[in-house]
Ligand binder design. Structure first.
Ligand code: CO
Length: 142
């Protein structure tokens, strides 16, 4: 355990699940003066995404896409939307997952990285291990 050191980098994004992407994106624009991207359907992730850039990080608004969307259940429980996950950057996902396993943290799915919304490998960590917060780790390729 002594060898466990921090392996997280900057906060890459906060993802918020919303029932109506256009409505939320336009309110972010009108009320917060935010610059929002066009909606991007990500078929293989079962979501449509709007990116909202801010000087030090970004917010991703997620709307379900297709019948088996991974955020469908979340929106059933939170019909008005809500924070779905936060994403930290890591330099090396393999090192990070070894540390996580040593610490007893659970990696979701088969434990193997998948290619995420930005084309980089990602892992998701069990929310029960992190105060109810789903955490995504994204390996940043420079
Ligand atoms: Co994400």
């Amino acid at each position: 355990m002594d060898e466990i050191v921090s392996s997280i980098g900057r906060l890459n994004h906060i993802a918020i699940a919303v029932p109506d992407l256009k409505k939320s994106a336009s309110f972010w624009e009108i009320a917060l003066g935010a610059k929002t991207s066009n909606p991007m359907p990500l078929q293989e992730h079962g979501v449509t995404v709007v990116f909202i850039e801010s000087p030090n990080s970004k917010v991703e608004l997620l709307e379900p896409l297709g019948k088996n969307s991974p955020i469908k259940k979340f929106l059933e429980k939170n019909p008005n939307g809500g924070m779905h996950h936060i994403c930290y950057e890591v330099i090396n996902l393999k090192n990070a997952s070894e540390k996580l396993e040593l610490a007893g943290a659970r990696i979701l799915g088969d434990g193997k990285p998948k290619i995420g919304a930005h084309g980089n490998p990602v892992l998701f960590l069990h929310p029960a291990d992190f105060a109810g917060t789903l955490i995504e780790l994204e390996e940043i390729r420079k």
